[in-house]
Unconditional design. Sequence first.
Length: 254
Amino acid sequence: MSTFSSAFRLRRVAISALLLATCALASGCSSIDRLSQIGEQPKLSAIDNPTTQPGYKPVQMPMPKPEVASYNPNSLWRNGSRAFFKDQRARQVGDLLTVTVNITDKANLSNETQRSRTNSEDSGITDFIGAKTITQPNKILPGRILTADSTASSDGKGSVTRAEALQTNVAAVVTQVLPNGNLVVEGKQEIRVNYEIRELIVAGIVRPEDIQSDNTIDSTKIAQARIAYGGRGQIMDVQQPRYGQQVMDVLLPF
């Protein structure tokens, strides 16, 4: 019995060491960076080309057949032009436009389902080919062969209440022009207040026709919109659970 207990304890020690090693490998570089920044403000990210990022992928969408441009002789107007003079709105890779983020979502859902069922089964034989003429018929034919009762009921309730509001502006860069003329835009904004950085990321596909005369566009007119608003710094660090706790939450079945 003592040998089994020793082996069990050794196994627990090995599992604990493995978990600690996993946590150390996962958080080693991050911990070193955080230790080197103690007492300093969090650094802003460098301004990089979005198309050179490791996870960047060009957008591919269904495209209509290209139309052949037609020109009118002795005319200053070309078919397909949006204005007589040069359009100052964003239209090619590298141009800037302002995205007005205006999100006000409210949702209040409530569902309830009730179900009830009662079953009763009763079967037997009272007479079979003159069995009642026998002196003791109960010994041959029982009064009831099968009797079963069942009752089932369920009651489920669920509710969702959500309220989100975000209003801000961010400048975005045109990173790609699709064959049909739609623009792929991406913008990132970082604001540092004391020791906390707030991040706002906007990306998606816009139509040049939806861009207003002041070179702005509402976020509701962005297709495949990806909007992220968050932060990093001392406050976010306190709100996040420790790496060990996160690992245990993943591994523990209860």
